[in-house]
Design a protein around this ligand. Structure first.
Ligand SMILES: NC(=O)c1ccc[n+]([C@@H]2O[C@H](COP(=O)([O-])OP(=O)(O)OC[C@H]3O[C@@H](n4cnc5c(N)ncnc54)[C@H](O)[C@@H]3O)[C@@H](O)[C@H]2O)c1
Length: 368
């Protein structure tokens, strides 16, 4: 199969779809791999390393997108839509639920979108989302601590406090990969951490892992608002796979928080958990609403793009090989977890939650 690895163009996105070692494995399986020049150069993967792995380096995005299977990181940006062609497989994060124009474009262009964020493992977990979630979760308290600094509009509260001065109150909503990683780092920084999830089982597991220093609370319409309103830092880490994030932090909550408190809405890639959340970027991560600092960067792991690329390729390469070796139809027929990743195919929505969320018909069977 002809495989294309384009250079990412989202703001400060330095990750690359495949490392040179990953490219070597694809080439060894008999595939022709074309990497756009400079795709990995920002994180130390020079064109020459891809060439010595057996890939060719191509001059521009058009040449990279000529492939039958495109392996990349983030969802396509509008300027990339026209580079796609019918029947092509796009294997990357897609995050369609909060982005109807992207979904519309991919349906119209008759591409097959395999979304990292909904590929499942046999236990129902999300193995291609989890590595990036762990990174975003570990970064979230860092972004939060930065937002709390005066120069960013923050309240001037130190996460860990100092002897004689109480630490910051950190509230993490969602106890999955992002939330548990965020809790780990926030506890390590000395903060007073409360984590909410709607799953009692998950909370029990987290309490066992972290001990009594982590306060756990069942998330509900009555437990969540008072904790949010009293927090110095709120970290949004909820996920309903394939669906838009539920808006659990209301404008009223934001109005009642102390000025200079911070919301890091990690779930912004699925539309965000706050009624006042909107995507920001690494260039300009913060904005204020009612005196509350909001940080809603949809590609947080790119801040540590080298580690993130290694973690991502470790997770995505086995499925990339399956897609390339077997073709889409057989690869998804053989692996229900990969089938769960296929969100768009031949102009139809092929993921039940996305169909429900976007008000479109669900195509359960692959017709072509
Ligand atoms: N901004 C970024 O750069 C970035 C990077 C990675 C992941 N993410 C996003 O972070 C979000 C979380 O991802 P994850 O991998 O941790 O998901 P996950 O599935 O591991 O965890 C989500 C958790 O949310 C909980 N949950 C669902 N509804 C809830 C509710 N009403 N109240 C409280 N908890 C609830 C679930 O029980 C689950 O424990 C996703 O939107 C993901 O796409 C963003």
């Amino acid at each position: 199969m002809r495989i294309g690895i384009p250079k990412e163009i989202k703001n400060h996105e330095y990750r690359v779809g495949v490392t040179p070692d990953g490219a070597r494995e694809l080439v060894a399986s008999g595939h022709v791999v074309s990497v756009q020049t400079g795709a990995g150069s920002a994180i130390g993967y020079a064109d020459a390393q891809y060439q010595s792995a057996g890939a060719s380096v191509v001059a521009d995005a058009a040449a990279a997108y000529a492939g039958d299977l495109i392996i990349k990181v983030k969802e396509l940006q509008p300027s990339e839509f026209a580079l796609t062609h019918p029947g092509q497989i796009l294997y990357c994060y897609h995050h369609f639920a909060p982005d109807p124009p992207l979904l519309e474009a991919m349906l119209a262009r008759q591409v097959s979108c395999v979304a990292y964020e909904t590929v499942t493992a046999p236990d129902g977990s999300l193995p291609l989302l989890t590595p990036m979630s762990r990174i975003a979760g570990r970064l979230a308290p860092q972004f939060g601590a930065w937002g709390l600094q005066m120069a960013n509009g923050g309240s001037g509260v130190l996460l860990g406090g100092v002897p004689g001065v109480a630490p910051a109150k950190v509230v993490v909503i969602g106890g999955g990969a992002v939330g548990s990683s965020a809790a780990r780092i926030a506890l390590g920084m000395g903060a007073d951490v409360t984590l909410l999830d709607r799953s009692a089982e998950k909370l029990a597991h987290l309490e066992e892992a972290f001990g009594a220093r982590l306060k756990t609370v069942i998330s509900s319409g009555s437990s969540l608002p008072p904790l949010v309103r009293d927090a110095d830092l709120v970290i949004g880490a909820v996920l309903l796979p394939g669906k838009r994030a539920p808006r659990l932090i209301t404008v009223d909550d934001v109005r009642r928080m102390r000025p200079g408190s911070v919301i890091v809405d990690v779930a912004i890639d699925q539309g965000g958990m706050g009624e006042t959340s909107r995507p920001t970027s690494h260039t300009d991560p913060f904005y204020l609403v009612h005196g509350i600092v909001h940080c809603c960067v949809p590609n947080m792991p790119s801040a540590v793009a080298r580690s993130a690329t290694l973690a991502l390729t470790n997770a995505t390469l086995p499925h990339a090989l399956a897609l390339a070796n077997k073709g889409l139809k057989d690869a998804v027929a053989d692996d229900v977890g990969l089938r769960n990743g296929l969100q768009v195919h031949a102009g139809r929505v092929t993921h039940a939650a996305l169909a429900q969320d976007s008000g479109r018909a669900f195509a359960g069977v692959l017709e072509k």
